[in-house]
Structures are given as C-alpha cells and as structure tokens.
Design a protein around this ligand. Structure first.
Ligand SMILES: NC(=O)c1ccc[n+]([C@@H]2O[C@H](COP(=O)([O-])OP(=O)(O)OC[C@H]3O[C@@H](n4cnc5c(N)ncnc54)[C@H](O)[C@@H]3O)[C@@H](O)[C@H]2O)c1
Length: 277
C-alpha cells in the first residue's frame, strides 16, 4: 500500500530522497510535502512534481490537510528540528525517521519520545546513517565491554563546529593530522553536532552514551569521511571501517547517509521482506 511521506529539511539528504523517489527507486513511497524553515531552498525544487506541497512554517505544515494524510515523516534537518517538532509529530501518530540522531544524546528526551511512541503506537526509526554495522552492535550489546569510534575528516567537513569557538586550534591552520577531541559520545555531539551523529547512533545501539569512547581527528590530506568502530567483549570483536565520499552539496554529510535514509524508507514502505537484523 502506498505511503505518503513528508520531509523536514530540504538539504543534501532531503534532495537525495526526493531524487530517489523521482527515479521510482522507493516503491510505494510518495513524497507529498517538504518543510524547511528557509523558504529560499525551495528555489531549486523542480516544480514539475505534481502534488508536492512546500512549507516554510511548521504550524502551517502541521495544521494543513496534507499533513493529516501523511504516514511517515523523515527528519533530515538538524538536532534542533528533532527537539522542536519531534513530540508533535509522534502525538499526531506519524512514523518518524530521524537522521539528526544527536538529538537523542539527551536521554530524558529520548525516553519521553519512546514513551510517546508507545502511547501513540508509532515508530521512531534511526537509519544506520554514515556507518555500517549498527545491527551487529545492537545484537551484541549485552556482551560488549568496550566500544570506540574514531572519526577522521578533512577540516573542510568540520567547518562550523562549536568546538572551534572554545579551542586553541584554528580550523584554517590545521596542516597535518590532528586529534581534536577524545571523550564520550555526549560531549562529542555537543561540540560537533553536525559531524558525529554516528557516535550517538552506535552508543544507543551498544553500551550507551557515557561508556562509548569517541575520538575526532582532522586530516587535511583526507578526501573521504572515515569512521573506524571497534567493539570488544565476551562475544568476540567487531571492527568496522567505513570510508565515505562526502555529499557534493554538504561536505559535513557523507553520501552514504542519504543512501541509508533512502533504504530505511524503502524498508518501511515494503515491509514484507527484510534483510538484516
Ligand atoms: N545519522 C547520520 O549518520 C547522519 C549523517 C549525516 C548527516 N546527518 C544529519 O542529518 C541532518 C541533515 O543533513 P544534511 O546534510 O541534509 O543537512 P543540510 O545542512 O544540507 O540541510 C539541512 C536543511 O534543513 C533545514 N533545517 C535545519 N533546521 C531546521 C529546522 N529547525 N526546521 C526546519 N528546517 C530546518 C535547513 O534550512 C537545511 O535546508 C543534519 O542534522 C546532519 O547532521 C546524520
């Protein structure tokens, strides 16, 4: 059965999702609305789109007839967007796919959202995003002793991170591989909210935000976004390395993140056959 989809955030991920639906790569999915707080982003929307409704005001979107008919909302905007609209979306009984998973580093908020989705019988889905292996980490979580992620990016992919406001390191002066941060997943996402959503995802799948160790490295010679994840415990060892091409329109975001969101939507719209845990 066809599912009606609304997208929050028409940036690099939102555009790739729209492009995939136009190429009929997501059977049973019809994107009917886009909401982005910046109306200028819609200048690039191909208006040859039939029934695509555009909103730049959340209340207008939320109160529209088109919203009431939506089945699935995909958030690909920002941590702030999840916090601002997440509860309303769940209370209105929509399934919610969350890309800005950093919002769930606030564990009280995460619990509130989980309770609300139970009450309203909806689903909150976190795609694997820019990494691989969340299913395996989730499977072994009870048997994990340590979980670490090392994220290495070109400084260009880290531009705008709040970390640089308080650090002595100047982003434009990084000339060699430089460790910027070592600590837990909560502090990592505070300092790099647009860069290490994956650290929060693996933490939530595994041993939690406090125990998950994160290292963030800037390397000006690197042209890919690299994530190396190691989980060790009584089950054995998982070692995952992912080297991602940055999205052409947003170097902070890996192209794999868009593909993962598309695959998550494809799974939700075609639930009779699923590969992977
Ligand atoms: N889970 C993962 O592995 C993963 C990987 C990459 C990116 N991300 C996250 O996904 C999100 C989208 O990434 P992107 O590359 O498409 O970003 P982008 O910057 O290219 O686009 C984001 C769009 O969302 C809009 N937006 C931001 N806050 C909003 C709000 N409060 N209300 C309405 N619109 C808002 C912006 O105007 C922009 O057009 C980001 O938060 C990013 O950190 C997650």
């Amino acid at each position: 059965m066809e599912k009606r989809v609304g997208i929050i955030g028409y940036g690099s991920i939102g555009k790739e999702i729209i492009a995939a639906t136009r190429r009929y790569e997501i059977p049973n999915a019809r994107v009917v609305a886009l909401f982005d707080k910046e109306s200028t982003v819609f200048n690039s929307v191909d208006h040859d789109t039939g029934e695509l409704h555009l909103f730049s005001d959340f209340d207008e979107f939320y109160n529209s007839k088109i919203y009431s008919n939506i089945d699935i909302i995909i958030e690909c905007a920002s941590k702030g967007a999840v916090k601002e609209y997440g509860k309303k979306i769940i209370e209105s009984k929509k399934d919610l796919i969350v890309l800005s998973v950093g919002a769930f580093s606030d564990e009280d908020y995460l619990r509130e959202m989980q309770n609300l989705s139970n009450l309203n019988n909806t689903r909150i889905l976190i795609p694997t995003g820019a990494i691989a292996g969340l299913d395996s980490i989730r499977s072994v979580k009870k048997y994990l002793n340590t979980l670490t992620i090392v994220t290495t990016k070109n400084p260009k992919s880290l531009v705008g991170a709040p970390y640089f406001k308080s650090s002595k390191i100047r982003i434009d002066e990084i000339s060699k591989e430089t460790v910027l941060f070592e600590g837990n997943a909560i502090d990592a996402i505070e300092l790099f909210p647009a860069n290490v959503n994956v650290a929060v995802s693996i933490a939530l799948a595994g041993i939690g935000l406090v125990k998950t160790q994160v290292k963030i490295v800037a390397d000006p010679t690197l042209s890919v976004n690299k994530h190396e994840i190691v989980g060790e415990g009584t089950f054995g060892k998982i070692h995952i390395v992912v080297q991602n091409i940055p999205s052409p329109s947003n170097p902070r975001t890996s192209y794999l993140a868009s593909l993962s969101a598309i695959e998550c939507l494809r799974g939700l719209c075609n639930e009779n056959f699923r590969i992977g845990t």
